[in-house]
Design a protein around this ligand. Structure first.
Ligand code: ASP
Length: 338
């Protein structure tokens, strides 16, 4: 089988030591010659798309990556059969969950695996997680798993349910509201919830980056948000407390939600609790937010809520943003919510 591996940057190929911060290295070395054992898994074609610390990636990078992945899925070999059996993406961990979520929404039709991976330590280090993660990611990319997944520390997580939970340990990612798609132990255990194959759809790369995510906290001054609404925000994600609760007495956020609705800016409420479901009716603060027009994000991660809103707004016409967001958040598009 042939795989395509897209490089975007991240620690895996970085250079640095205790005296110098880790920084993107020049891509002078071919990954497969660094780790020849990968040849036992598949023929791997490497392409360098970017060479960035993932904290420098922007929405236009997600779109460029999604377009490259889409092109690879549509590519045919000389015999007319699909050229690649799967896709691997090497990516930094810092924003991998955002990119994976964006890819899941930008590639609604998927008939092969798209596996993102990276590492906490560079491949060149003696003590590194890069080798195991790369081998696992390439192996998973050959399997019939039509999902955008994050492969890290012997697990494959659904990309649009994953979040970076650890900046030190080797288990960098978790998906608190969704069981791993695959566990790699002595054997390979595939979960029953892996999505069915969907035909690859035409590519649509429209995205609206002018979306703001705000975490509620005691003391948040609503006038700061009203100011942001006046400066061109097209969508707002509020990371609310618990089940979707926001302040409604002192420093109430309800007038912000009403003001947003009046200018066709959708307000999506996610939770700052990594586990659990937003139920706007559970407490008075959430109920008032719903009455003012807020849209609950169920058990979506903030990363998934943000990218879904950006992509929905990219496709929505002026004057139809709230309606489009309400419709998009009423259904799961890529397994991002239960
Ligand atoms: N700062 C790095 C990045 O996200 C961290 C990593 O790769 O683990 O690109």
């Amino acid at each position: 089988m042939r795989l395509v591996l897209f490089h975007t940057g991240g620690t895996l190929m970085m250079r640095g030591d205790a005296l110098q911060p880790l920084a993107p290295d020049v891509y002078t070395r071919d990954l497969v010659s660094e780790l020849p054992i990968l040849r036992k898994i598949a023929d791997i074609e490497s392409r360098i798309l970017f060479n960035l610390d993932s904290s420098d990636l922007q929405p236009h990078h997600w779109v460029a990556l999604a377009e490259a992945v889409h092109g690879a899925l549509e590519a045919k070999g000389d015999d007319g059969a699909p050229r690649y059996g799967g896709v691997v993406v090497v990516h930094g961990t810092d924003t991998m969950a955002y990119t994976a979520s964006a890819l899941a929404f930008l590639l609604p039709g998927l008939d092969r695996a798209v596996i993102l991976t990276g590492s906490q330590r560079p491949l060149a280090d003696v003590r590194t997680d890069a080798r195991a993660n790369l081998v696992d990611a390439c192996h998973l990319a050959t399997m019939p798993i039509p999902e955008v997944g994050i492969c890290f520390d012997s697990r494959l997580l659904r990309g649009c349910r994953a979040t970076k939970l650890d900046a030190w340990g080797m288990t960098a990612f978790g998906s608190p509201s969704c069981a791993p798609l695959v566990e790699l132990g002595v054997g390979v255990r595939v979960g029953p919830h892996v999505l069915a194959s969907r035909p690859v759809a035409p590519f649509d790369g429209r995205i609206e980056p002018r979306v703001l995510v705000v975490r509620t906290f005691p003391g948040l001054d609503p006038s700061l948000l009203l100011g942001a609404l006046g400066s061109g925000v097209r969508g707002l994600v509020i990371e609310a407390f618990g089940a979707g609760n926001v302040p409604r007495l002192e420093n109430s956020l309800i007038p912000v939600i009403e003001a947003a609705r009046a200018i066709d800016v959708p307000v999506v409420i996610a939770s700052q609790s990594p586990r659990g479901v937003v139920e706007l009716g559970r407490y008075e603060g959430g109920s008032a937010a719903a009455r003012a027009g807020a849209i609950g994000a169920a058990d979506m991660t903030p990363e998934a809520a943000l990218t879904k809103l950006m992509i929905t707004l990219g496709r929505a016409g002026d004057g139809g943003r709230v309606v489009a967001a309400r419709e998009a958040f009423s259904a799961s598009l890529a397994g991002e919510m239960d």
